[in-house]
Structure formats: C-alpha cells, structure tokens
Design a protein around this ligand. Sequence first.
Ligand code: VAH
Length: 320
Amino acid sequence: MKNILVTGSVGQIGSELTLELRKRYGNDNVVAGINRTLPTGELAETGPYEKVDTTNIDDIKAVIEKYKIDTVYHLAAVLSAVGEQKPGLAWDIGVNGLYNVLELAREFNLAVFFPSSIGAFGPTTPLDNTPQDTIQRPTSMYGVTKVTGEMLCDYYHLRFGIDTRGVRYPGIISNVTLPGGGTTDYAVEIYYEAIKNRKYTCPLGKGTFLDMMYMPDAIDAAIDLMEADPGKLKHRNAFNITAMSLDPETVAAEIKKHMPDFKLDYDVDSVKQNIANSWPNSMDDSCAREEWGWDPKFDLAAMTEDMLKVIGEKHAKGQL
Ligand code: VAH
C-alpha cells in the first residue's frame, strides 16, 4: 500500500487531490503537508496533516520518516501573477523546495509527481498546437521555476533512477478552493461572479485563448500518470495535457446559455496579460494520450453546468 505526502495540500489542486488520494489509498495513508494555512473541513477531518515548509529539508524528512512515505505529490508553489510580485519567493519555493524533495527522493527512494505548467513555455514557443518537445524560454519567474523543475526531475530520473513524473497543467477550473494568484484565475472567478452579481470584469482581454481543464480531470491526470506502466513512458517531465482552449468570450457565451442576462466587461491587468500572451493558445497532448491514456471527461458545457450548479448551491446556503 502507498504512503503518500501531498505538499501544498491546502491549495487549489492540493486540497482536492489529497481528498481523492485518501479515497483511493486510505485516509491514513495520505498526509496533507501544510505550511502557514491550516486545513479545514474534510481535509482536516479525514486524515493526518503535518507542517511542511518545503524550503526546510528537515521538515520534509521528518514527515517522510514518521509516516514511511514512498510517494510525494509536490504541489507547493507560488503561482504566476504572485511570482512576478515576489520572484525570490517563487524561486525559493518553486526550485529550492523541489530540490529538497528530490534529494530526499534519492535518500528514501521516493516516487515524485511534479506539476509543471503551460507557464513553462514562452513567446518563442509555437503557441498553437504546442508540441510536447519544443523550445521553452518562459518570460515569467513562475515559468522559469517550472522549466527548471522539469529539467531537475528528468535529471534525477536519468542520473539517479528516481521515479519522477509530471504534467504541464493548463489553467484549472474548480469550485472548492479558490486559486491563489494565477494568470488563469479569471476562469474560476467568472463563475462565482456570475452567480453572485450576474456580471464580471475580466483582467484578461477578449481573444486571450489559453488551455484549460476542469479539476476532476486534473486530479485524474496526476493519479493516472503516477499509476501508469513506467515501461510505456517515453517522456516523464512533463507531459502536455489539456481539455479545451478558451478565451473569456467563450466562457461567457456558455454561461449565458444558463444566465441570458450575464454581462462581461474588461479591465485588463497588464502583468497577467503579458504572462498570458507568452503562453500557448492550445497544446498538443497526443503523447500523454498515447503513453498513459490521458482522456479528459469534461468539456466547456459539462464544466459550466457543474460549476454553476455547485456554486449556486453554495450561494443559496450563504456560503460565498
Ligand atoms: C497560474 N493557475 O495561472 C496557474 C497555472 C497554467 C496556469 O499554472 O499561474
């Protein structure tokens, strides 16, 4: 049976990934690694949690030894827009934190999941149907940490035989934990604002296409990749994966099918817009589909229906 540590477990992905891992492997087999923010609700009640500042290798080592960890899903990171305000912090957590995890993976023979991102690409990358293997010259600190992370994870696999695997996540849309300072946060905020105010002022301009996916698919991707037959993996860090390519107008049009009076306008945030302009419009994820069966289940219509239903129920209960 696996013993799993999830770092960054109170974040947008980490919080839902931890709960799904507990469902699949057992509550007591999945440790929620937290730093400054304490877990609440199901995350706190369904299994163990421990303080893990990933920039402190002794923090991580103590949890690995205490719970006999054999697998780390390393989600702790600073997202792209915050990373432009705090580049030193983004590097420290994004790279030094990962380095600590990889050094411990050598010592304890751990398997490591690393979430890279479309942010690992830059303006000189082919932005349409972005290939799996292509130029990566990101212009955000977040992107620099992600491309560095991809290379570190591949190095530890090739040099030390560590079982490192990763995906390049697109923007992820969810209705449990709000994202914290990403360029793609608009695609979550638009649904909450639609329910609360029937209107949204978007920080990314009309026609800003980015790859996106719904959280259930993002969670399945991480677990399916880590459970995949390693003999079939020609790539490891990190696989392009996507479910849809969206711009604010596309999302708004789908919301209007449910809410005809919904209004979208714009107040462009130049930092987020510059980052978004340097990222792909759409990725080629054929390698993930061929090598480990990646196959997203949610399209824009299904995601929008579920988002509006779940957020609408929260709003009706006064939980927003
Ligand atoms: C961000 N949500 O916007 C994250 C993600 C692809 C985007 O990495 O920074």
